[in-house]
Design a protein around this ligand. Structure first.
Ligand SMILES: Cc1cc2nc3c(=O)[nH]c(=O)nc-3n(C[C@H](O)[C@H](O)[C@H](O)COP(=O)(O)OP(=O)(O)OC[C@H]3O[C@@H](n4cnc5c(N)ncnc54)[C@H](O)[C@@H]3O)c2cc1C
Length: 378
């Protein structure tokens, strides 16, 4: 095994690190406080090729490998995980087209993302179907050369600003997961209503809304895959996105570790810097050890995709371990800071709030364990 990054991977990582250090991190407290959409940062990310990372160059994207995507996203999330969620939402939403679209659909639905900054969103979750996604109730009824979509989605990242929507709906609810079908809705057609921006605990720079579809007409040409293929499309998409979601945890946790190392060298108790107390050293050592363990799982899960291997099990290990790790490491960082850690004037409480979301979205930590158990039982 070769853990050495290539020169071009290190250069890419350095560009992402510089962008995170010089542009994202200085503005992160503002976006956290106001919950405004970070359009300026996203425009720069677009110019740098950090949006549409996984879309191959022939379809107008950056064509980064999966390993390169996790390298970039760890750096961006070190700057601000909410901003990174906004940047990566396009890649998540466009994965079904990339993985299952026809050549004509890729040309028509992906290429415009390379021509100017456009946003898209992944619309799977519903008020009554989050973890139990096979239970989704949005319907798609065939009407000539169109489908008619009805239903509602919730917690959709970038939904308030999206130019394109990747939507999962069922053609026959009685068939449970075998009725789910994937569609791409372009623009803001009549009948599509965007709900209010959710007031969130963390990752407040990401836009999260509900969407309502009332008799929204979608051309049959915008159905991705066959009728009833939507569930495997969604699952395969999540296999591909989990390494990147895991890398968000790495960025958040690494930031928390660095702050903790710095603060613990300055803060004195009982006549010496707190990091000279063994109890605190053990905590710092555990934080660092777990960040690195999560990084290795994350890299492995991305490497498997780059080498054409199915990564369901390892990517679930990575996403679950990294999310739980980031929650623990950021909580410990608040502990290292003592009372100051609890204050908004210091950087670590935001990291703790941001980390919590990774245990929830794109499959909760419980759902990851269900996937892991299913894989183990095979
Ligand atoms: C900020 C934010 C952004 C999001 N962005 C998107 C997006 O862009 N697109 C999208 O489609 N969705 C998005 N989501 C939705 C997210 O993926 C869901 O919230 C998540 O899958 C959990 O679903 P739920 O909220 O309905 O919780 P539920 O499914 O109701 O789960 C509640 C609790 O029960 C546990 N649980 C459920 N079933 C089981 C079981 N069988 N065994 C053990 N425990 C179980 C869960 O782990 C959880 O702890 C987002 C969510 C948030 C909060």
């Amino acid at each position: 095994m070769d853990f050495q990054l290539s020169d071009s991977q290190r250069a890419l990582q350095e560009t992402a690190r510089k962008f995170a250090r010089e542009a994202i991190r200085p503005k992160a407290p503002h976006y956290d406080e106001t919950a405004e959409f970070p359009r300026d940062l996203m425009s720069t990310a677009y110019e740098l090729g950090f949006m549409n990372q996984g879309i191959p160059a022939e379809y107008g994207g950056s064509g980064l490998s999966h390993l390169e995507q996790v390298l970039v996203c760890e750096e961006l999330a070190w700057g601000c995980a909410g901003v990174t969620t906004s940047i990566f939402a396009n890649d998540l939403a466009n994965l079904p087209i990339l993985l299952f679209g026809t050549e004509e659909q890729k040309q028509r639905l992906l290429k415009p993302f390379g021509e100017r900054m456009r946003l898209s969103c992944f619309c799977l979750t519903e008020p009554s179907a989050g973890s139990d996604v096979a239970n989704l109730g949005s319907t798609a009824r065939r009407d000539g050369d169109h489908y008619i979509l009805n239903g509602s989605k919730c917690f959709i990242s970038n939904g308030g600003y999206a130019d394109q929507f990747t939507v999962f709906a069922t053609v026959d609810k009685g068939r449970r997961h075998k009725g789910i079908t994937c569609f791409v809705v372009e623009g803001k057609p009549p009948g599509l209503t965007v709900g209010k921006h959710e007031n969130k605990m963390g990752q407040r720079a990401s836009n999260t809304v509900s969407l309502t579809f009332e008799d929204v007409r979608v051309p049959v040409a915008n159905r991705i895959g066959e009728e009833g293929q939507g569930f495997p499309i969604a699952m395969e998409t999540l296999d591909h996105s989990r390494p990147v979601t895991a890398s968000f945890s790495l960025g958040i946790a690494r930031a928390a570790l660095e702050h903790s190392l710095e603060y613990s060298a300055q803060r004195q108790t009982f006549g010496k810097p707190i990091r000279e107390h063994q109890g605190l050293q053990f905590m710092l050592a555990d934080m660092a050890m777990n960040v690195q363990a999560a990084r290795l799982l994350t890299w492995q899960s991305a490497w498997m995709l780059d080498n054409g291997q199915k990564n369901t099990l390892i990517s679930s290990y990575a996403k679950c371990f990294a999310a739980d790790m980031a929650m623990k490491v950021t909580t410990d960082a608040v502990q290292v800071y003592g009372g100051y850690g609890y204050m908004k004037d210091y950087p670590v409480e935001k990291l703790m709030r941001d980390a919590k979301l990774i245990q929830v979205y794109e499959g909760t930590s419980q759902v990851q364990r269900i996937v892991i158990a299913k894989e183990l039982f095979k």
